[in-house]
Ligand binder design. Structure first.
Ligand code: N01
Length: 529
């Protein structure tokens, strides 16, 4: 059984950077990745229109500044193939692929308390032991297939946006159904509608959605960003959102109606998350949020010809931004096309999938293809799908039954030498993911170095420190209006999942300071042996 210093699970942005750091320190680390190649999220999510709504100039590693100077992103928010090309380039130039075993899924991990070692098993029959197990498995990587009766009976083509075929899909001449109206649907629907003969969109909950305002990369913006690159990256590292964006400075409730209209015209003109960044009270005062929501609804109604359809597309059941905000390009205008039909599942719920299509309470929809844009078992799914067993036979999935208890979003009591990169309890999905990944990887690397320097073989979150951290996470979330929404942030999209707010809400800067303080205090809150 090969013995390793560390096993890294996943070869996306986080796994690749983790491997790079470990190998630079001369450690013997082995990576495992279920996909055929690197890329993680950007390897799997190849649906038409897939792109990131962090701006491309800042959605890349900061540890390769020369590459960022040379790299050209074609659009403000570049598409998936461009992001994947960047990750592949990094893997090639940093020679990272040879440390990963691809098409290999980690299935088991058992901690041996006498030796302080993990034994890790894969679906290909590998068995390795490692001092550290680093789960770089992503926050949105376990696709959610809805529990709809008859799903397997459908005789046409079935797709999930998070598992899109590499060869692409041609919907020309076809009748297509899309189930779901989250970010993946909102990006793919305009593209699918252009190809398909007929497109039925099955909507259970309308999502708040703002214009992306994507465009070809502005050469002047690119030049200015690159000229001031180091300062901008430093600013991002120590910002709330992990990005170079406006920090909170405007209080909505201080503005008159006219002032607010002008202000929102301005941020809607910037697009995407710029519609939320500047506002101090949008997530803490429902009245402020309601005013922004009313503006957003007016904007949507101005883009959709049929007032009834427009009304259905206006999200009303949750405050704006409390489910992940979607950024669109021509999403609402797509419903003005004759071949696109919105099916309101609140009015007519899906009863079953049939051999030839979808049956709702009032009619049957015959289709050639069904696209499930039904999201992911977010933040915990990829971790609990591995049979991880810690001290005294504890099983992570069971320990997390009532919610993912953890310390700093990095460690779990009872599971020594296990690190979760951007795990639950960390800012991750509420920030620029790459900034948060870099912070975690660097913290884990520093911690492992510190342990190695002292000859320590074991680090484990204290139960008490973990309890305090979980309390702090919940109190922080409850001071906002995020918990009002039935979102994947709170586990509401997965039947039976504990209702616990999963990400850390106080922003990357505060979180980084807290993690650094723990490290400087000799890893306070962790037991070291
Ligand atoms: O998934 P989602 P997603 N019957 O969970 C519906 C990131 N991302 O893949 O709201 C009918 O948001 C569900 O309805 P409801 C981003 O963080 C980023 O779109 O549960 N419908 C919902 O409409 C994002 O938030 C980018 O009532 C069912 C949809 O499926 C996250 O990934 C792009 C159903 C799922 O929406 C996930 O986004 C894409 C059922 N049984 C994704 N079950 C960018 O950076 C579920 N639904 C731009």
């Amino acid at each position: 059984m090969p013995h390793l210093d560390a096993v890294v699970v996943g070869a996306g942005f986080s796994g690749l950077y983790m491997m790079h750091r470990l190998r630079q320190r001369g450690l013997n680390a082995q990576g495992f990745e279920a996909g055929k190649d690197v890329g993680g999220t950007w390897y799997w999510n190849r649906y038409p229109g897939a792109r990131c709504d962090s701006e491309s100039l800042s959605y890349s590693y900061s540890f390769l500044p020369e590459l960022d100077q040379a790299w050209h992103w074609p659009e403000r928010y570049s598409e998936q193939p461009e992001i994947l090309k960047y990750i592949e380039h990094v893997a090639t130039t940093q020679d990272l692929r040879r440390h990963f075993r691809f098409q290999t899924r980690v299935t088991t991990a058992d901690f041996d308390e006498t030796a302080d070692l993990w034994t890790i098993g894969t679906d290909q029959g590998d068995q390795v032991t490692a001092r550290f197990l680093i789960m770089a498995t992503g926050c949105l990587s376990q696709p959610n297939w809805p529990a709809i009766e008859g799903l397997a009976d459908f005789k046409g083509e079935t797709f999930h946006t998070g598992l899109w075929p590499h060869e692409g899909v041609d919907f020309a001449g076809k009748q297509v159904a899309v189930i779901g109206t989250g970010s993946s649907a909102i990006q793919s629907i305009p593209r699918i509608a252009k190809q398909a003969d007929v497109l039925f969109v099955f909507q259970r909950t309308a999502n708040h959605c703002v214009p992306a305002q994507n465009h070809a990369m502005d050469p002047e913006a690119e030049r200015a960003y690159k000229a001031d690159y180091m300062a901008k990256r430093e600013q991002a590292r120590h910002s709330f959102a992990g990005d170079v964006v406006p920090e909170l400075y405007i209080t909505i409730m201080d503005l008159s109606d006219d002032e607010l209209e002008r202000e929102l015209d301005r941020t809607w003109g910037q697009g995407g998350f710029y519609t939320q960044y500047p506002y101090t009270d949008i997530f803490t005062d429902k009245r402020a949020n309601d005013r922004v929501m009313a503006y957003s609804h007016r904007h949507i109604r101005s883009r959709v010809n049929d007032p009834g359809v427009a009304d259905l597309l206006c999200a009303k059941d949750h405050p704006i931004g409390t489910k992940r905000l979607c950024a669109d390009t021509l999403y609402f205008e797509t419903y003005n096309e004759d071949n696109v039909h919105l099916v309101d599942l609140n009015d007519t719920p899906i009863r079953a999938i049939r051999e030839d299509g979808i049956a709702t309470s009032d009619r049957a929809y015959e289709v050639d293809a069904i696209v499930y844009a039904t999201g992911f078992n977010a933040m915990t799914g990829a971790l609990t799908s591995v049979d991880i067993r810690g001290c005294d036979g504890r099983v992570l999935k069971e320990v997390w039954n009532d919610g993912p208890v953890n310390y700093l979003g990095l460690g779990v009591h009872g599971f020594p030498n296990l690190f979760t990169v951007t795990g639950p309890g960390s800012p991750s999905v509420l920030t620029n993911m790459v900034s948060s990944i870099e912070q975690h990887v660097e913290w884990v690397d520093r911690c492992m170095t510190w342990l190695g320097d002292r000859g320590a073989t074991r680090i484990e979150a204290d139960q008490e420190a973990q309890g305090r951290w979980v309390g702090y996470l919940n109190d922080s979330a409850n001071a906002t209006i995020f918990p009002l929404a039935n979102s994947w942030y709170i586990g509401a999209n997965i039947p039976g999942k504990a209702r616990v707010f999963l990400p850390y809400v106080n922003g990357l800067k505060t979180y980084r300071d807290e993690c650094d303080a723990v490290a400087e205090d000799g890893y306070a809150g962790f037991a070291i042996a």
